[in-house]
Design a binder for this molecule. Structure first.
Ligand SMILES: Cc1cc2nc3c(=O)[nH]c(=O)nc-3n(C[C@H](O)[C@H](O)[C@H](O)COP(=O)(O)OP(=O)(O)OC[C@H]3O[C@@H](n4cnc5c(N)ncnc54)[C@H](O)[C@@H]3O)c2cc1C
Length: 569
């Protein structure tokens, strides 16, 4: 199914349930010729499922949008020329978006590859979601772009098929963990509060009550009470155990680095098994928006990016096993043996370790107890929408913290970044600092630490300590997002693998063992074991570099196999 037909089908289904009118694609350009041409082009392709409205003056356009808002008529896209008479396109988008906050904002611009183009600042400051250039040469290009925007809009609308209905508690950590897992595994689901009338009705219909939550009902009626991640993954058709005893290459970890290795290895004919302790995606899978990955000028959610890579690796024939932690690695002559948590073992002449890093903890016991109930490690994913109108805090001063805070500011009433040091400049990219300064509901408190959390079953308040004036203050808080750096996930590796601060040494960093062996560039101190991505010492901690490592390692695996007299290229 194409993105458009998926979005449209989802919308049709939702519309027939809600009885609402078709969503609007709104176009405005002072040049009536441009406006008419765009409106007609859009109408030809999308007219069946969307109402196309065109205007050629800012005042008339705003009046139409106000009418739609008063009538609760949904707007999917706001396509606005950047240079309207009497108002910039960005200002128009801001006013229009206030009336239609779920609409995707598209700036219509002339092609201009200079840094002065209005779209550069607008995208950077989060004032537009996408751009279209005019004139658009090929209708197919236009349709492909619009289809993508609509698919993203439909995702936010949550219109469409639900594989699972989840009945749980709003502040229940188990329910939150489950929702996070479903989102990361790309499973369409609907959430129903167990305390609400509909939730109670769903439970009664299965002869259950709210004493054990969450309850998950699959579309065919199959019901699970407080399921494990493995049960959920199995219920969606995923594999959670391996029946493979030997292969050419085992990859541990299915973040960007591991997935890329899997894709290249499988596509080059290596029998490849990927073992992942959770679901695919790694840290990137938790990132709401990656803007610096090549090829995605409007950015891409880390979840989408890694989901596609996973699908691609699988299509090339990689054997993917989820919810299966690797707990040990053994070296035997000419082969390595990987130990799985379920007791299974897999032998292979080469292993790629791509286990990444995990976030550091705050170490405040009350806050640790509230993880999943208002306290979240890593960026906001599923939680973001729930922050509508609330006051939330972000701890951290790196790029991840900055991105998370900006993302949250789109929904929350007020976002406050808590920074221990005296500036962001040493740890955060300049473009993010500028974006933060330009965001009205985002504040930064320097020299500040969180020293206590408050709330019984969910976070209600924080105690903040200002290190400069030695003052403690309690502030109400709906949520706390902690992004304070990570620890490499290498504790399961044998001592023979050399580490530095937990990161895996490779290539020239490996301390010579006197054997005269020089490891290949991404090879560890154990021949045939390679390390890629964030877990590797001196890695760059970026998706693109993890991907680069992943691809490079496969070439080196081939070299290792040839040197060992095994498979040929
Ligand atoms: C919130 C956030 C935002 C980010 N934004 C950006 C950005 O905008 N641009 C950018 O370039 N980078 C960004 N990054 C950094 C980027 O996501 C990482 O650099 C990248 O994900 C590293 O990839 P990786 O495959 O090495 O490790 P990871 O992504 O950490 O993946 C490692 C995988 O290994 C699995 N694993 C760990 N131990 C085991 C085990 N024992 N057995 C089996 N599996 C195991 C984990 O479950 C995980 O899935 C961001 C990171 C975060 C957290």
């Amino acid at each position: 199914m194409s993105a458009t037909s998926g979005a449209a089908a989802g919308w049709r289904a939702a519309r027939s349930n809600k009885g609402t009118s078709p969503p609007v694609l709104f176009v405005i350009d002072d040049d009536a010729g441009v406006m008419n041409a765009l409106r007609d082009d859009l109408g030809r392709r999308f007219g069946r499922d969307f109402r196309i409205i065109g205007e050629s003056s800012a005042a008339a356009g705003l009046a139409v949008l106000r009418g739609l808002s008063d009538g609760h008529e949904p707007v999917a896209l706001l396509i606005v020329d950047h240079d309207l008479r009497g108002m910039t396109g960005v200002d128009f988008l801001a006013r229009a978006h206030a009336m239609h906050p779920l609409a995707k904002r598209v700036l219509l611009i002339e092609r201009d590859y200079s840094a002065y183009s209005p779209v550069v600042g607008a995208m950077m400051l989060g004032q537009a979601d996408y751009h279209l250039t005019k004139p658009w040469l090929l209708e197919q290009d236009l349709y492909r772009e619009i289809s993508w925007f609509l698919a993203e809009w439909a995702k936010d609308e949550q219109a469409g098929f639900e594989l699972f209905r989840v009945i749980g508690g709003l502040q229940d950590p188990g329910t939150n963990r489950l929702r996070e897992l479903l989102i990361r595994f790309n499973v369409p689901f609907g959430f129903h509060d167990a305390g609400g009338e509909h939730g109670r009705r769903l439970l009664r219909g299965r002869g259950l009550d709210a004493s054990r939550l969450p309850v998950v009902i699959r579309h065919d009626g199959y019901t699970m009470v407080d399921p494990t991640p493995a049960q959920i993954i199995e219920a969606t058709g995923g594999t959670v155990s391996s029946d493979v005893g030997a292969c050419d290459l085992v990859i541990v970890g299915a973040g960007p680095a591991g997935l890329t290795s899997a894709l290249y290895a499988a596509s080059e004919g290596l029998r490849t098994v990927v073992l992942e302790e959770s679901v695919s995606g790694g840290q990137a899978g938790n990132s709401p928006m990656i803007r610096n990955y090549p090829g995605f000028p409007h950015g891409i959610s880390g979840h989408d990016l890694t989901r596609r890579a996973c699908e691609q690796a699988w299509m090339f024939g990689a054997h993917m096993v989820f919810s299966q932690p690797v707990v040990g690695l053994e070296s035997r002559p000419r082969e390595r043996v990987v130990h799985l948590a379920d007791g299974h073992r897999i032998a292979a002449p080469a292993v790629i370790v791509a286990t990444g890093i995990t976030w550091r903890r705050l170490g405040v016991p009350r806050l640790e107890a509230l993880v999943g109930a208002g306290v979240f490690y890593g960026a906001a994913g599923s939680e973001t929408r729930a922050m509508e109108g609330r006051d939330v805090y972000v701890v951290g001063a790196g790029n991840s913290a900055g991105q998370a805070a900006l993302h949250l500011a789109r929904h929350a009433r007020q976002v406050t970044m808590l920074v221990r040091g005296d500036s962001l400049a040493r740890t955060m990219s300049d473009y993010l600092i500028r974006e933060i300064k330009a965001t009205g509901n985002l504040a930064v408190r320097l020299h500040t630490e969180v020293i206590e959390g408050h709330g019984d079953d969910h976070l209600e308040a924080l105690t903040l300590h200002d290190k400069l004036d030695e003052r403690a203050e309690q502030v109400p808080a709906a949520a706390l997002f902690v992004l304070i750096g990570g620890e490499p996930r290498t504790g399961w590796l044998p001592d023979a693998i050399q580490l530095e601060h937990g990161y895996i040494l490779t290539g020239r960093d490996v301390v010579p063992d006197g054997s005269g062996r020089a490891p290949l560039p991404l090879e560890t101190s154990v021949p045939g074991v390679f390390a890629v991505g964030d877990a590797r010492y001196r890695s760059i901690k970026r998706v693109a570099s993890a991907v680069g490592d992943g691809a490079t390692a496969v070439r080196l695996v081939h070299e290792h196999l040839c040197a060992e007299g095994g498979r040929n290229l």
